[in-house]
Design a protein around this ligand. Structure first.
Ligand SMILES: [Zn+2]
Length: 178
């Protein structure tokens, strides 16, 4: 069984958001198309308390983003949310990094319950949460396919996106163009 994980397609990671991924909005249409191809669709959200350890005022690298319950933490309005079977929230405690959708969440259980053995990954951002989620899926024994056309990178350091793709391929992730 094939399942799609839509990673963090939230307002704060898109244009006008608190931590916009360059060209982040461009993932929405390809993801809407992908969602029609898979019998199982799960979505993750970055879902932080206001004092999350990744925020600059707590000594972390990022401006505050995806604070629980705010508009910035909602899924992008153009995403076909009615196709999503379940939403999994990550990074919901101050010290939970939450880059991976599998970290202290029900994501693995939801996939196993639905007899998913091949996980397709798309969303934001390639070099952070998409990377971490895909690598964790491999560690847990899933076959993993990354849909490169349906993801975008932050690329804080030039080359981060390419390095992430190399790392994913080395971990056995199949990278496809769509
Ligand atoms: Zn975050």
């Amino acid at each position: 069984m094939d399942g799609l994980i839509v990673v963090d397609v939230q307002n704060d990671f898109c244009s006008g958001g608190a931590l916009p991924v360059p060209d982040g909005d461009a993932v929405v249409e390809p993801i809407n198309a992908l969602m029609d191809q898979f019998p199982v669709v799960l979505a993750t959200r970055d879902w932080h308390p206001a004092d999350h350890s990744s925020f600059r005022d707590q000594g972390g690298p990022w401006p505050p983003h995806c604070v629980q319950g705010t508009a910035g933490a909602q899924l992008h309005p153009a995403l076909h949310s009615d196709r999503i079977d379940a939403i999994v929230d990550a990074g919901y405690e101050p010290e939970l990094e939450g880059y991976s959708g599998f970290e202290e969440t029900e994501l693995e259980r939801l996939l196993r319950e639905r007899e998913v053995d091949t996980v397709h990954v798309a969303g934001l951002a390639l070099d952070y949460c998409v990377r971490a989620t895909a690598l964790d899926a491999r560690r847990k024994g899933f076959a993993v396919v990354l849909h490169q056309g349906a993801t975008r990178a932050i690329d804080a350091q030039p080359g981060d996106a390419e390095r992430a793709l190399d790392e994913l391929r080395e971990a056995g992730v199949q990278v496809v163009a769509d």
